[in-house]
Design a protein around this ligand. Structure first.
Ligand SMILES: [Zn+2]
Length: 467
């Protein structure tokens, strides 16, 4: 290599000591546990809050120097006071807690052809065909009229039944095979099979059996089971948020165990890494006050009271200013702040290389990937991060010997995507997208590299503790 050239490095070549291997495996094991257990935004926020609480963060406010606040249990903000006043700005890592999935409709339960089903309405950018004929679990909450919250996790425990959406058999698929992909899989056919056993008929009602068979006996049986398990009736499902998600744990992938496979890595990998980085950097004296902001609804445009377009972030920062440094002005703090929009990037897929532009694409194992702008076509809807800011970032990573890469999302005019970066850039802070590269993004089984997990954790830690 010529001394003036640049090329990104394979992190396995950088982190190759026994000590590195132990650290990589320990972090990966903790991550897989988290990923397998947290499959909704509420579960993710509850995990983050519990870890923060154990590290001394107060849910009551920011007065102690370490505080957190959540909204609706779906988004969470945490702040830890640094040595400098807030006019020096905050160091912030943003990530998102939501993931593409199948939400249950508000009136979900139906019976047809001797099968009971829950009707679904997909959330976020899914490829519908990936959700058929595979084990699915149900996660979520049902809020009863008396306000009681019933937590649901079905299909995860060993021996517990799972759910599934049936797929068309190849023998009858000839018409479908000629349809474009967009038309071949209908959202209204994505119904979750939840049972097929009729409600038992009492002896004395034997005469009415035939008549009752016409009357949803399988659906009624399901309602009876739901009532026995959760104390709910059909109407309670109108005030529920239940999500069908891939069932089962997150696992290592590959003969060498070098990859991590599981649902929801976009963007829980960055929630996990942001949290781990903040907790690990609390030991040293961070010069700047550091914040984690994990938001909901990124996958559907950052809308709603828990998304990036809401005022939640602003409310929290105002409270932090009042607690840490009441003399600092909100605009002053925002304009001096530096942030990472921690979101995943598309890794070059070995089988779809032609969709990437090689000089500006991310490789698995080459460390955290920066993305100067997302958006589509002529950079529409992009936060175009400033070169002064990225110069500083690559400087601190180079100094710490942490490999990094920079990429665009595919070829120009090949598609596109967005993150929360643009919403926070509007406050005047410096912000850039950064996160590990992923294969099979938005699928029920996303793949990341163990060594990228490790390198990104180091990068986030360096970001929090840098001057
Ligand atoms: Zn994402």
């Amino acid at each position: 290599m010529h001394a003036f050239d640049y090329s990104s490095k394979n992190c396995w070549e950088v982190y190759n000591s026994n000590q590195d291997e132990t650290a990589i495996n320990q972090l990966s094991a903790r991550y897989l546990d988290f990923l397998g257990a947290c499959k909704t935004e509420r579960e993710t926020v509850a995990y983050v809050a519990a870890r923060l609480e154990a590290a001394g963060f107060s849910a009551e406010g920011f007065g102690s120097g370490k505080g957190m606040r959540n909204i609706q249990g779906k988004a969470i903000f945490a702040a830890a006071r640094g040595g400098l006043g807030l006019s020096a700005g905050l160091r912030i890592i943003f990530a998102h807690t939501d993931t593409p999935r199948l939400d249950l409709k508000q009136r979900p339960l139906q019976e047809q052809s001797e099968v009971a089903q829950f009707k679904t309405h997909y959330y976020g950018g899914i490829r519908k065909y990936q959700w058929f004929a595979r084990p699915l679990a149900l996660h979520g909450v049902i809020i009863r009229e008396d306000g009681a919250s019933v937590r649901v996790t079905l299909g995860e425990a060993k021996g517990e039944p799972v759910f599934a959406i049936s797929d068309l058999l190849p023998h009858l698929a000839s018409a479908q095979m000629d349809q474009p992909l967009r038309a071949a899989f209908e959202a209204e056919k994505m119904n979750l099979i939840i049972g097929h056993k009729p409600e038992p008929v009492k002896k004395r009602d034997e005469r009415r059996k035939k008549e009752e068979q016409e009357q949803n006996r399988i659906k009624n049986h399901i309602l009876r089971l739901l009532h026995a398990k959760y104390g709910i009736v059909e109407e309670d499902l109108y005030s529920a948020e239940l999500q069908a998600v891939p069932a089962g744990p997150a696992v290592e992938v590959g003969l060498d165990g070098s990859l991590l496979g599981g649902y929801g890595q976009d963007d829980r990998i960055n929630v996990f890494l942001g949290l781990e980085a903040l907790l690990a950097s609390l030991d040293g004296e961070n010069s700047h006050s550091c914040c984690l902001v994990f938001l909901d609804k990124e996958e559907i445009g950052s809308e709603g009271s828990t998304g990036a377009k809401s005022r939640f972030f602003e409310y929290c920062v105002q409270d932090v200013i009042a607690a840490f440094d009441p003399g600092a002005g909100f605009a002053e703090v925002m304009l001096a702040s530096r942030a990472l929009s921690a979101d995943v990037h598309a890794a070059v897929d070995p089988d779809w290389q032609d969709l990437h532009e090689k000089l500006n694409s991310a490789l698995l194992g080459h460390g955290p990937c920066f993305c100067k702008f997302t958006g589509s076509r002529g950079k529409y809807e992009a936060n175009d991060a400033h070169p002064e800011y990225f110069a500083w970032l690559r400087g601190i990573l180079n100094k710490a010997g942490i490999p990094w890469q920079m990429a665009e999302l595919g070829k120009v005019d090949g598609g596109g995507g967005g993150t929360v970066a643009m919403h926070f850039a509007g406050y005047g802070m410096n912000i850039i997208d950064c996160g590990p590269a992923v294969l099979s993004m938005h699928s029920p089984f996303e793949l990341t590299s163990k060594v990228d997990l490790y390198a990104t954790w180091l990068a986030f830690k360096t970001f929090f503790s840098s001057r």
